[in-house]
Write a protein that binds this ligand. Structure first.
Ligand code: UD1
Length: 365
């Protein structure tokens, strides 16, 4: 079975790593890895291949940045000849980025079976580009692998047939559990002069937060108050960096003495940083899941989540972007009265194993 595996943007790399490792145990599978080049900075891409032991991509489409339409179209144009040349039996896509839908569309139009890993997640917010990518990718996939029960329920409610849907756990958590011991060795706390008195980790990159000045100011007002009490470490995503460099908000942020802006970190350093933090403030999807497994309070700076299990039983709380609400949640987290949390079912490090077993059973029969 020839499987083309697609990666494009940073969160895809942690998701594909355990699958690439699992394929090696099965002679029946011939994997190819295609990198669309959606993320191309060393710190957004190469770092992760090296640290996670992902084989070098067989093919790099080198698409780079662009508007949504341009990026999606360029990926499609470049991916179609790859499929025509290599004639895969299956194309496997992960997550919800533009590379996911672009390659998915190409595959199904060529009659190639499409597999979606991390299927069924829904925020209910169609203004998020990722939500559109999720809905469309799921609707054309032959096999849909879900991380949590809400994903299964959403797909059934959208009329997708039950025999295509499998609850398998979370490949991103496979990677976290596999690398946790190695991450412990990271000296990132020394490098950033952080001590055990507590610190907050911040990540921000969603267009709704960083492209909208009003919203960004609300968040910044909260950060200004929090950093007086506790240092904040902020690895800055390129999108956010671009926005900050051209605005007065960037200057204001740089003036806050306890807000430390740093370059994006590699996987192991970031995992160590999160696992030692008092709390995490984020608008990322994956970090809501990672903090749940690490049992670190996570304050999500969005109005919704496509990962409700992280709130229902995990350590996440959806707080939004209102200044007072962020400060209130921060106070609760540092008071030690954050809600008790548990790890969701099947987030046990074996998701990739389950996925490969099911693909072999279904596609070889
Ligand atoms: C993308 C995903 C988002 C994911 C995020 C993780 C989509 C629609 N969005 O958002 O779901 O959470 O990746 O990081 O696919 N840039 C660089 N260097 C890079 C990559 C990007 O400088 O290596 C800059 C460019 O200015 C680019 C901007 O960041 O225009 C945004 O990059 P893009 O891939 O379009 O979306 P992300 O915001 O990274």
């Amino acid at each position: 079975m020839k499987i083309i595996n697609v990666v494009g943007a940073r969160p895809n790399f942690m998701k594909i790593a355990p699958l690439m490792a699992e394929y090696k145990k099965h002679n029946a599978i011939q994997p190819l890895l295609v990198h669309t080049g959606q993320h191309y900075d060393e710190k957004m891409s190469d770092f992760f291949f090296r640290q996670l032991g992902i084989p070098q991509p067989d093919i790099n489409l080198e698409i780079g940045s662009g508007s949504h339409a341009v990026q999606t179209a360029e990926i499609m144009k470049a991916f179609e000849p790859v499929c025509l040349e290599h004639k895969p039996d299956v194309v496997l896509v992960v997550g919800d980025v533009n590379s996911t839908i672009a390659c998915g569309l190409v595959a199904v139009k060529l009659g190639i079976k499409l597999v979606h890993v991390e299927a069924g997640l829904r925020s209910g917010d169609r203004s998020m580009p990722e939500e559109i990518n999720r809905i469309l990718t799921d609707s054309i996939s032959s096999l849909l692998f879900c991380t949590e029960q809400s994903g299964v329920d959403n797909l059934l409610a959208e009329g997708i047939s039950e025999d295509k849907i499998f609850l398998v756990g979370n490949v991103m958590i496979d990677t976290l559990l596999k690398n946790r011991a190695e991450a412990e060795k990271s000296n990132i706390l020394n490098r950033l002069n952080l001590n055990s008195d507590g610190f907050t980790v911040l990540t921000l990159h969603r267009p709704a937060n960083v492209d909208d000045k009003e919203t960004f100011i609300q968040i910044l007002d909260a950060l200004e108050v929090i950093q007086v009490d506790m240092p904040i470490v902020f690895p800055v995503h390129p999108r956010t960096r671009n926005n900050l460099s051209s605005s007065f908000l960037g200057r204001r942020m740089k003036q806050l003495p306890n807000l430390c802006l740093i370059d994006p970190l590699g996987y192991l350093d970031f995992l160590k940083l999160m696992s030692c933090a008092s709390l995490v403030l984020t608008d990322s999807g994956g970090i809501q899941e990672e903090t749940t497994v690490l049992k670190i309070p996570c304050i999500t700076l969005r109005e919704n989540t496509e990962r409700p299990v992280t709130v229902e039983i995990g350590s996440n709380q959806i707080v939004g972007t209102d200044t007072e609400k962020i400060i209130e949640a921060y106070k609760l987290a540092v008071s030690g009265n954050w809600h008790e949390s548990q790890i969701p079912p099947l987030w046990d490090g074996k998701a990739a194993q389950r996925i490969v077993k099911i693909m072999l059973e279904i596609f070889s029969s």
